[in-house]
Every structure is written in C-alpha cells, then in structure tokens.
Design a protein around this ligand. Structure first.
Ligand SMILES: *[C@@H]1O[C@H](CO)[C@@H](O)[C@H](O)[C@H]1NC(C)=O
Ligand SMILES: *[C@@H]1O[C@H](CO)[C@@H](O)[C@H](O)[C@H]1NC(C)=O
Ligand SMILES: *[C@@H]1O[C@H](CO)[C@@H](O)[C@H](O)[C@H]1NC(C)=O
Ligand SMILES: *[C@@H]1O[C@H](CO)[C@@H](O)[C@H](O)[C@H]1NC(C)=O
Ligand SMILES: CC(=O)N[C@H]1CO[C@H](CO)[C@@H](O)[C@@H]1O
Length: 823
C-alpha cells in the first residue's frame, strides 16, 4: 500500500473505532459472552508502572503474538494519589495511555481497580496518608476508608469512561475488579467484613460501567459479582453460583523474589500443564500473573523486602525479552485452545477415567468433538487405549486432541526454542574501561546525630506515622542522663533494641556503634551491643531504613514499620540485671536524608568532590557520567561491589539496590523436574550469589547522544570501581523437538550467525552441551540447518525424515532434532 493510503486507513480506523464497535459483555455458567459469542479467553498481567510507556507497545505486541486475548492490570492508588487529592498520571503512571496501547494492539483489557492490590507493591497500593487519616480502618466497614475508596474508584472509572475505554463504549475493558483476595482474610474482620464486601459490590455496581465486575478469591461474592480463583492450579475450582463461569484471575507463572531469597523458576511444562488442565475441566478464562513482571522502580517494592527486579520468571522477562521456551510453549497451547473455542465454551462435556491417574474429557457439539487426555501421576508415563487407538500420555501432562484423534499438543513436550540470554558491554571503542567517580558524604552536619528532630513525642512511633512514606529513612533520637551513682552505671552496659526495624544503624553520642538488618524472613531481631556512656547527657540516635511496607495478610496495614521497641539500657549491679527502658522517653524524629532533600540525584550541585573517592564508607553519595551502550537492546547496570542503597540515572530512580545481600542456601543440585505439584521452593537457583546484581535502566531514561549521569546513595559502604553498563540480548537459541513438529529458530530481530550443532536421530544433552546419539539421519543435518537459517532472523524447519533423510534409529525410537544456533 502507498504510504499515504496507510496513513488514511489509520486515521479512518482511529476516528471511527470508539463509537463504531460498542460491545455487549455478559456471561453465563460457561463463559464470558462478548456480542453473543461465548469466548475462551487467555489474559496476562502487565503492571504499567513496572515498565515505561516507551516499552508498552512492544510488551503488548509480544503478548498478542504470544496468543493472549487480554491484558490485565491493577491500578496503583498510592502512586496516583501520592498526597490526598493530588494526582499523578504522568509517564509510566499514564493508565489511559496504557489502555489505549492495549486497544491499538487489538486486545481486551481487564481493569483490577482494587484499590487494594497486594501485588508485592508498597503497602499493597494503599497510600500511607490514608493510614494517617484520623479514625480510618482499612478494608472494613469504616466510613473514612469507604469514602476514600469510593472517591478513588470513582475517579478511575470516570477517567476510563471519559475516554470511552469500557467495552460498552467501544473500548477494550471487558471486565473490572473490585477489592482483591478479601475472602482469604475476611474472617478476621467479622461481621464488619461481610458488610464491607456487600458495600464494595453495591458501590461498584452503582458506577454503571456496562461490563461485569469480578471479585477474586471471594467465595461469597454477592450477585452479580463473579467469584474467581487465584493459585498455582485452579482446575478443582468451582465458582459460587452455577451462573458464573469458571475463571482464573491469577495463575502464577513463577514467583517474586525477596532480598536474600533464591531465584524462583516455574517450568514451561508445569505451567502449560496447569493451564491445559484448567481448560480441560471447564475453565474458559485464565490470566497469567505475571505475563510481564518488570521492575519495581523508585520505592514501589512492597514486602517488606521485595527486590527491585519483579521478573517473576514470566513469559516476558524483566526487560521485555521473550523468556523462552516458556513464551513459545504457551503460545502453541493458546493457539490450540483458541482453535477449539466454540467446542470448549458450548460443547457437552463427558469424562472418561482410564485408571492409573489418567483421565479424558470430551467436548462435543453438533459440529464435532475435541478431547483432552491427562496423566496426573508425577512419575509414570502411561499408554492408554482411547476410541480404538493407543496413546502414550507422559507423567504430569495433558495431551490435546482437537479432533479427538491426533495429539496436536502435549504440555510435557516442548518444541519451542530455549533462548540463552547474554550480557555484553557494547560500548564505543573510545570509552574508558572504568567510570570516573565524584563523591560526597551524606552530610557534614553532625547535629542530626545529636537529637535535632522535627517532631517529638514520648513514645516510639510507627515509621509510617512519623515519616508518612516520604523516605525510606527515619531518625529516632533520644537522650539519657546518667549520674555516677546511677545503679546502671558501669563498664558492662549494653543498648538493646528489641523488635527492630528492617534495617537499623545505631549511633551513640554521634558515633556509629553498629548496624543490623532482618535476614531471610526473620524480621524480629534483637540488636544488642556494649556501649560506653558519659556522665551527664548522652544521645542515642537510631536510623531506621524500611525496604517496602507489608502488602499482604489480615490487617497488614497495621504491621508496625521501623523501630518497634522496647529500647533499653541493660546494666549489671552486684550481679543483678538493671534495665532502663527508654521507650517512653522523649523521642525526636527526623525524616532522612539530607542528600535527598537537596535532590543530589538530579541537581548539578557543585559540592561533589573529584579527588580519590572513599570505599567501604557508610552514607556516601557517588556520581559518574557515562555514555549509553550502543544499539537498542535493553540496558542493565552491574552494581556488584556495592552494599545497599538507592540509584538514579539522569534523575530517574531505578530502585533500591542491595547486591551485598547473598541469596540463602537451599538450591538442589538435581536437575529441575517439572513433574509433581509446583510451589515456589521448587526449582530455585542462585543460592550463595548476590540476590540482585543487575538493575534495569530503561532505554527511555538514557540520552543516546552525550552524557548520562548515574548517582548512587550508598548506605552500608561499598566500592563502585567495577560498576558498569551492559546490554542484555539473546546469545544463542536451541531446540530439541520430536519429529512431525515444525520448529522455529529466531534470534529476535538479529540474524542467526552460525549453527554450532545439529543432529536428527537420538541426540543427547541439553542446550549448550548437545552431542550425537547412537543413530542419525543419512543427510548432514548441520549443513541442512545452516542453509535454512544462517543469515536469517528466523527460520522454520520441518522435523522429519523428509527433511533430513532416513535414520538407522529403528521404529521404536522417537526421533528428535537438536539444534544450537548462535545469534
Ligand atoms: C472526592 O473528594 C473531593 C473532596 O475531597 C470531592 O471534591 C470530589 O468530588 C470527590 N470525588 C468523588 C468522585 O466523589
Ligand atoms: C448437548 O446434549 C443435548 C442432549 O443430548 C443436546 O440436546 C444438545 O444439542 C447438545 N449440545 C450441543 C452443543 O451439542
Ligand atoms: C507408578 O507405578 C508404580 C507401579 O505400577 C506404582 O507402584 C506407583 O505408585 C506409581 N506412581 C508413582 C508416583 O510412582
Ligand atoms: C556483663 O555482665 C554479665 C552479668 O554478670 C555477664 O554475664 C557478662 O559476661 C558481662 N559481659 C562483659 C563483656 O563483661
Ligand atoms: C493467597 C496468596 O498467596 N496470594 C498471593 C497471590 O499472588 C499475588 C501476586 O504474587 C500475591 O501478592 C498474593 O500474596
């Protein structure tokens, strides 16, 4: 088409679309019905603030190409309303732009407003000012809370309505959600909880959005809310009314990571098994949580202790690259399921039990039948006879037979490519090998350590109350006067802080005496250290650093953050223990840090020192300029050598960093076995290595021409000398597929440069270590694959004797093709 015609066609489409295509979304006991058609829908979660607006089109496009029908997102109240009635919908908080990106790609959207969202997001998405409103009680029948929740929910609904984005207006939003997993915690709220959930339902209904509302994990969801399932597996789930379809709003594609935690990994085989099984047993809508996890920029990570990376082992990795083979294996499954949409959403269902954990399900309509065969045994492969034919059903797998004869897909047989991602320096030749650093201490003003705060009360405060979430850092300061005849006086005196904060740094009379932080899920530690006090007045200063507020559990919002106390002096007198409790002394509070107040991360202050920078020095700011890595591949910064702190690139926060936190033990040496029930402790990796070493720097944060600035606030002390920027991209691609499959090899937009290995027969090994088996095809597989692929961005190969010639393997061997391609 002529370019001007493309433009005309595009204009035509966008002008007409909003009012030309209003859709009616309803449901019955089988499925969501859109414009009279029963739909089998596959959805995936992408949280817009966990990437950048510049990344959205590519993420949504890759989602559509992966076979998704819909994108699901939460709405993040604390980010949108950082101060009461002050709103932010700019940059990656532009919800409307995100929904329009979904619409432009032709996908549906599921809008989970919450506004409580959990999501490993700071404070579950609640703004901390809400916690500080007088009389508020969260998530229960409380007027202050309900008024704020209605106010925000209405605001969001009105914004979406104004842009005609509900399906009833011709927009992409087919479903919305109010509250979130309340059923899990409701019993803790008693009758008030029941009244609250009724109120939620009525409030949502009163907003007249013209599409159905969902409530996930809410077994008593009031009519007409649809109750849905969240979990690793939802095949056994039944909605609370026969008139509601079986829907799965959160199918965990992997898991999140905590500081000190291991890297979670859910295999493509097991994830596909859980999805196929759900659709086999009558499910018609499922959502991947997450399809793209992304990054917790700024201070958005919840927890406490959720890492900055929210990769989630999702089908699209943190940077937006395809996570292969997961993405491709699921795409094939989605394509097969969609081809059976009519039969699965309308057909009569019957089931067959073959014994030995093998069962079948047959869906039939007047037009034909589709079948599933499942083996839920976690060890034994089984062969069964079904309608006169023998079928081998591997352990822990589902076979799909769209015509009830040919197995088109088996969840345990992966023919999608495995991609090996590599990091490269990709810098211009004239770039120096190491960055040049300038630095400055956090503050030269020691007065802060001597008790000069902003407010004082005779009690130890929750950090949320005292700092209102304006910073991770809060100083708690008090003084204690001792006379020589004080019974506690002596050489053997300790300062004991029980129920400590997440991270605690302690100063006595302005001198640092020690730090401690929660490790491996144990948040209630006791800090105790010998101290020397002066006669007369002494100051005790505690610097507490939070690493995300709690986001889950009954009354999670009341979990105290920061120093909890008691704070005590412990002394000994004539072998007797004497305890002086300082908890109700006058405590003075100051929100830190000075460098944050001065915007050191963005301003061009002249106070940076150019001389030799210090290493392993607490509370130090570092700054360096750098050139953006060449090309367009995603960029990461390697922060190995540093302790803990905050990082900014050109004034944009890339999150908290903590490479010195080593992931705990507990990785198995055995290869990961997809068979058997998954949970987040299975198939973990990265034990004994930094929990997170690389941090995402979105391309849109960088200037391609000229200089960029990296600023670090180092809290623990570290050495920035080896900090460097790298790009991350696919390095090689492997397939290992059975015959009769058509496989595709792709270097994701760059040419395949070489084929390192190819063999058709019974090759051995895994990606990176393939070797020839005992039998092989007569033609040279390597040169066939080279001819088809080298120089191409992608190539397709028919895995058959037609392509590779006959083999000496014998009929009882299932022949496979193994290929390793270099990108
Ligand atoms: C939200 O509250 C403000 C007052 O704080 C009010 O002006 C506004 O109309 C309310 N919005 C809705 C949708 O109720
Ligand atoms: C399901 O079975 C009933 C009873 O045999 C039949 O009337 C109906 O047409 C069937 N439905 C479909 C979609 O084939
Ligand atoms: C597998 O088959 C064997 C032999 O029939 C049986 O004893 C065993 O319980 C089955 N299941 C597992 C998980 O091994
Ligand atoms: C302090 O005194 C206690 C009680 O007598 C004793 O157990 C402890 O070892 C002493 N510590 C030091 C460092 O002297
Ligand atoms: C009950 C439960 O485990 N809920 C979790 C569901 O998954 C989300 C996302 O990972 C978590 O935030 C919830 O805690």
């Amino acid at each position: 088409m002529h370019p001007s015609k493309v433009l005309l066609a595009t204009l035509f489409f966008f002008t007409l679309a909003p009012w030309a295509t209003a859709s009616k979304v309803t449901y019955d006991g089988r499925a969501i019905i859109i414009d009279g058609k029963h739909r089998l829908l596959v959805s995936g979660s992408i949280h817009y603030p966990r990437s950048t607006a510049q990344m959205w089109p590519d993420l949504v496009k890759k989602s559509r190409e992966g076979g998704l029908d819909a994108i699901e997102t939460y709405v993040f109240w604390d980010s949108h309303e950082p101060a009461r009635r002050e709103y932010d919908f700019s940059g990656n908080l532009d919800l409307i732009r995100f929904l329009k990106t979904i619409q432009d790609e032709g996908l549906y959207a599921v809008l989970r407003i919450g506004p409580y969202v959990c999501a490993e997001w700071n404070y579950g998405g609640f703004p901390v000012w809400l916690h500080n409103m007088p009389g508020v009680q969260m998530r229960t029948a409380n007027d202050v809370f309900m008024n704020e929740m209605r106010n925000f929910t209405t605001l969001i609904v009105n914004m979406v309505k104004q842009e005609n984005l509900f399906a009833s207006q011709g927009g992409p939003v087919i479903l919305a959600q109010i509250e979130n997993e309340y059923g899990n915690v409701m019993s803790s709220y008693g009758d008030e909880g029941k009244a609250y959930i009724e109120w939620c339902a009525n409030m949502a209904q009163s907003l007249h959005i013209g599409v159905p509302w969902l409530m996930c994990q809410q077994s008593d969801a009031p009519e007409p809310m649809i109750n849905t399932c969240n979990g690793w597996y939802c095949d056994q789930f039944t909605p609370n009314r026969p008139t509601s379809p079986k829907m799965w709003t959160e199918n965990w594609t992997g898991w999140f990571k905590s500081w000190g935690g291991k890297d979670p990994h859910r295999t493509a085989e097991d994830l596909a098994f859980s999805v196929a099984r759900f659709y086999q047993l009558g499910g018609t809508f499922q959502n991947y949580y997450m399809y793209h996890g992304g990054t917790n920029f700024g201070r958005t990570a919840g927890g406490p202790y959720i890492t900055t990376s929210y990769d989630y082992d999702a089908p699209l990795d943190e940077y937006g690259n395809l996570n292969q083979p997961k993405w491709g294996h699921l795409k094939e499954l989605h394509d097969v399921l969609h081809s059976m949409e009519d039969t699965l959403t309308r057909g009569n269902i019957s089931s067959v039990d073959f014994g030995n954990s093998v069962s079948g399900t047959i869906y039939s309509t007047e037009k034909g039948s589709s079948c599933f065969l499942t083996n839920t045994d976690s060890r034994n492969d089984t062969t069964i006879n079904f309608q006169g034919l023998d079928y081998e059903v591997p352990a822990w797998s589902v076979s799909i037979l769209p015509d009830c004869q040919d197995v088109v897909y088996n969840t345990a047989k992966v023919s999608a490519q495995t991609s090996v991602m590599v990091k490269k320096k990709n810098v211009a030749e004239d770039e120096p090998a190491a960055l040049t650093w300038s630095w400055r201490p956090e503050t030269n003003d020691k007065s802060i350590l001597f008790g000069k705060g902003e407010v004082s009360v005779n009690q130890i405060l929750d950090q949320k109350d005292a700092a209102n979430d304006l910073s991770d850092y809060l100083f708690y300061m008090t003084s204690v006067s001792l006379k020589e005849d004080d019974p506690i006086w002596g050489d053997n005196m300790t300062l004991r802080i029980t129920g400590s904060g997440q991270v605690l740094h302690v100063f006595v009379n302005g001198e640092f005496i020690g730090s401690q932080w929660a490790k491996y899920g144990v948040f209630d530690y006791v800090f105790e250290q010998q101290i020397k006090l002066n006669k007369g007045k002494n100051t005790i200063t505690l610097l507490s650093a939070t690493v995300g507020f709690a986001n889950y559990g009954a009354n999670f919002d009341l979990t105290q953050a920061g120093v909890r106390g008691p704070v005590e002096l412990v002394g000994y007198h004539d072998d007797e223990i004497i305890i002086k409790d300082l908890s109700s002394h006058k405590w003075s509070y100051k929100v830190g840090l000075e460098g944050l107040r001065q915007n050191l991360y963005s301003s061009d202050s002249s106070k940076w020192q150019q001389d030799n920078y210090p290493t392993n020095k607490m509370f130090t700011w570092y700054k360096a300029t750098f050139k953006a890595p060449l090309g367009t591949d995603p960029v990461v910064v390697d922060l190995l050598g540093l302790g803990k702190g905050l990082a900014w690139v050109n004034g944009n926060s890339i999150g908290r960093y903590w490479p010195s936190f080593i992931a705990e033990d507990g990785c198995s040496l055995d290869p990961c076995d997809y068979r058997g029930s998954y949970d987040n402790n299975k198939c973990v990796t990265n034990c004994g290595k930094p929990t997170q070493r690389w941090y995402h720097v979105p391309r849109s944060f960088l200037n391609n021409e000229g200089d960029n600035t990296l600023v670090l606030f180092e809290e623990f002390g570290g050495d920035p000398s080896s900090v460097n920027f790298q790009t991350t991209a696919i390095g090689s691609a492997c397939v290992n597929a059975e015959e009769k499959k058509k496989i595709e090899l792709s270097c994701q937009g760059r040419p395949i440069s070489a084929i390192k290995f190819a063999s058709f027969g019974n090759p051995l090994g895994t990606c990176g270590s393939f070797s020839k088996g005992t039998c092989e095809a007569s033609n040279d597989a390597l040169s066939i694959v080279q001819k088809a692929c080298v120089g191409q961005e992608s190539c397709t190969i028919d895995v058959s004797e037609d392509t590779f010639g006959s083999t000496t393997c014998g009929d009882d061997v299932i022949k496979t093709l193994a290929v390793e391609a270099i990108c």
